[in-house]
Write a protein that binds this ligand. Sequence first.
Ligand SMILES: *Cc1c(COP(=O)(O)O)cnc(C)c1O
Length: 466
Amino acid sequence: MKNLFQLLPAIHDLQASPAFEHLLQIQQVEKGYMTSVVRDVVTNVRNKMIRGEWNEPISSREEMVAFIINKVGEELVNRSKYYLTKTINATGTVLHTNLGRARLSDEVIQHIITISKGYSNLEYDINDGTRGSRHSIVESLLKELTGAESAMVVNNNAAAVYLILRALAKDKEVIVSRGQLVEIGGSFRISSIMEESGARLIEVGTTNKTHLEDYENALTDETSMVLKVHTSNFKTIGFTSTVETSALALLKKKKENLIIYEDLGSGVLYDFKQHGIGDEPVIKDVIAKGVDLASFSGDKLLGGPQAGIIVGKKAWIDQLKRHQMARVLRVDKMTYAALEATLFSYVKGNYSDIPTIRDILATKEEIKERCQIFTEKLLGNTKHFNIQMKEDVSPIGGGTMPGVEIPTYVVCLTHSNRTAMEIATLLRQHSTPIIARIKNEEVILDFRTIEKEDIEEIVIAFTHIG
Ligand SMILES: *Cc1c(COP(=O)(O)O)cnc(C)c1O
């Protein structure tokens, strides 16, 4: 045991070794930085020895120096890699929150590059040569697409909910149906956000049923708002009823300045219902039903960057824009560029330019073709995999369209001597991590969310596994 520790060189001896000098030359890093990595590696080796986990066949100081410097080299390479990495989404879930929700098109990305690489007119009025407002950047596009009087953008939809409650309902009462007090993705609860904002939550109705009288009876001098929340992530079925947005709007006759606000969650600009997919209301229709404010995410079904979009009556949105929190929650030029370019596709009616829409509308036949290309490429390259193509369904994800499943094609794989869990782990460890589903001990690749150009990479990963 004692002999083992004697193998460990002192840090200054390592620094003086030719191997250290050589590595420093090829890695082109600061000596101080490399020394700190050397320290980490030596500590690691010592800890292994202490825990009795050291089992390298090393018997001399020279071999130990070579071993440590080699490890330092690996560690330097690891530490110089970005944390964020491209990931292949083989789950079929189009809006996968853990994998970054909506992906963006080349046109959108090009606009982000142009705007962030140089200076831009982010807050500059080019016509007048004076200060402009970033709020106006996408406002006209949003007005056109939703029919609303006014619009603004904040960091995400959670921020939109917060800003609206804080600016317009602080110390006042906000009426919400008990059936809509939702929690989304574990960290966003309507009741908690309401508490943070200083608005007082008035719950009405029951979990399964809320009627217009419930809202009406709850109106007091202190009421400022009725909040309707899209029940993302879950579906209530059976003996249920909620109050239609247009009926809620009638409450405004009972109370002056009452704000009807609908948190749409996802909010769609493209009508998926026409394809029989889900029953998400189009924002334009919600506005037409008489709500004063509506908010939704930029990176859910809209298919743009992370953002919270607020549309509605100008009088209220002007107040939101002037509020101090608007500055705190504002978005930067990259988001505006991405959102502007995404909204452009909608205005021009080029819906298929938007990857989220394209992926959701992809037909079983298109997806089957991708499965076939993959299967044919893989067949000659593997001995151990059993490969089968099957019909299946993809969820939409991102807390949108709960319960909706769209027909798809998948490739199911089993390995002759490895479990599905092992295969899934190896796929995640591939240089471009591949995230697959597992069902009934099979690895399942849903090609709805796999681009044709990524097929080759998946074949390589499977070939490596053997
Ligand atoms: C997703 C969602 C949110 C949160 O939106 P983010 O853009 O993720 O902040 C808020 N409300 C509802 C109803 C949602 O579905």
